[in-house]
Design a protein around this ligand. Structure first.
Ligand code: SAM
Length: 232
C-alpha cells in the first residue's frame, strides 16, 4: 500500500509500533537546483523523527540517506528523537564530478588577461557518454599573469573534491527490555547477515584473494556492498 502526502501527516494517522523498518531518502536541505523541497528543513524537523519513532516497532531499524554537507544535522535530529545511532553506512561511488572553480583562471579573468590554449581537454575515463569523453571540458590553457601562475592548480568552492560518498544514517528504536524477548514479541531488533555471508562465499568463488575478502569481511556490510557493486 502506498500512502501519499506529507509524511508527518501520514505517519500521524498510523498506529504506534506498527512498522517493522523505515528506509527513507529525505531532502539534503541544500536547495538542490533551486528546488523548494530541498530547503524546507524537514530533514531536521523533530516532528518527522518523533513520528517515525512512534510508528516503528521496538528494536526496529531506520535508515536515512543524507548529504555529506548536511548529514550531521540529520543524524542529530534522529538521535534527539530517541533513536540509538549505529555506525553509519557509506554508499561509495566513482561517478561523481567535482564542481570547483579554477582559482588561476579567475585571477586571470579578474586581471582581464587572456590565456593561451595549449592543449585539448583531458578525458575523465572510459565509457561512451559525452561527459566521460570530456566533451564538456574546456581546452587546457596556460596562466597569463604572475598571480595565476602562482595559484595554478588551486581550486575553490564547496565541492572542490570529487564527491564519492553518500552517508546513510543507521538508527534503531531501543528494544523493550532484553533483545531476545523483544525479537520474540515484535520480530524486530536483529540484522539478517545471511546475504552478507553469501556474498563472502561468492567472492571466494570468483577467486578474489582471500586476504582481501577477509579484510572486507571484518568491515562487514558497507565494504562488502561496495565490492559487490563493483563486481556487478
Ligand atoms: C532526496 S529526494 C528523494 C528522491 C527519491 N529517493 C528518488 O530517488 O526519486 C527527497 C524527496 O522528499 C520529498 N519531501 C519533501 N518534504 C516532504 C514531506 N514533508 N513529506 C513527504 N515527502 C517530502 C521531496 O518531494 C523529494 O521528492
Amino acid at each position: 500500500m502506498i500512502l501519499r502526502g506529507d509524511c508527518r501527516e501520514r505517519m500521524a494517522e498510523m498506529e504506534e509500533n506498527s512498522v517493522d523498518a523505515i528506509v527513507c531518502d529525505p531532502p539534503y536541505e541544500l536547495g538542490f537546483m533551486g528546488m523548494k523541497w530541498d530547503g524546507s528543513g524537514i530533514a531536521y524537523d523533530q516532528e518527522v523523527w518523533r513520528q517515525a519513532w512512534r510508528v516503528l516497532k521496538p528494536g526496529g531499524y531506520l535508515l536515512a540517506f543524507g548529504g555529506t554537507r548536511s548529514y550531521h544535522r540529520l543524524a542529530c535530529a534522529i538521535e534527539d528523537a530517541g533513536f540509538v545511532l549505529h555506525p553509519m553506512i557509506g554508499w561509495c561511488y566513482g561517478s561523481g564530478f567535482p564542481k570547483a572553480t579554477n582559482l588561476s583562471k579567475m585571477l586571470d579573468k579578474a586581471a582581464g588577461a587572456e590565456r593561451k590554449v595549449i592543449g585539448e581537454p583531458t578525458r575523465h575515463g572510459g565509457g561512451d557518454s559525452q561527459i566521460m569523453k570530456g566533451d564538456y571540458d574546456p581546452p587546457i590553457t596556460a596562466p597569463a599573469t604572475d598571480a595565476a601562475r602562482q595559484w595554478d592548480g588551486w581550486y575553490y568552492g564547496r565541492q572542490s573534491l570529487k564527491p564519492a560518498l553518500e552517508p546513510i544514517c543507521v538508527a534503531q528504536k531501543p528494544p523493550e527490555g532484553r533483545m531476545v524477548d523483544n525479537v520474540r514479541k515484535w520480530g524486530c531488533g536483529a540484522v539478517d547477515m545471511t546475504p552478507i555471508n553469501n556474498i563472502h562465499r561468492r567472492l571466494l568463488k570468483f577467486g578474489i584473494v582471500s586476504d582481501v575478502v577477509d579484510f572486507c569481511h571484518t568491515q562487514k556490510t558497507y565494504m562488502y556492498l561496495s565490492i559487490y557493486v563493483l563486481l556487478g
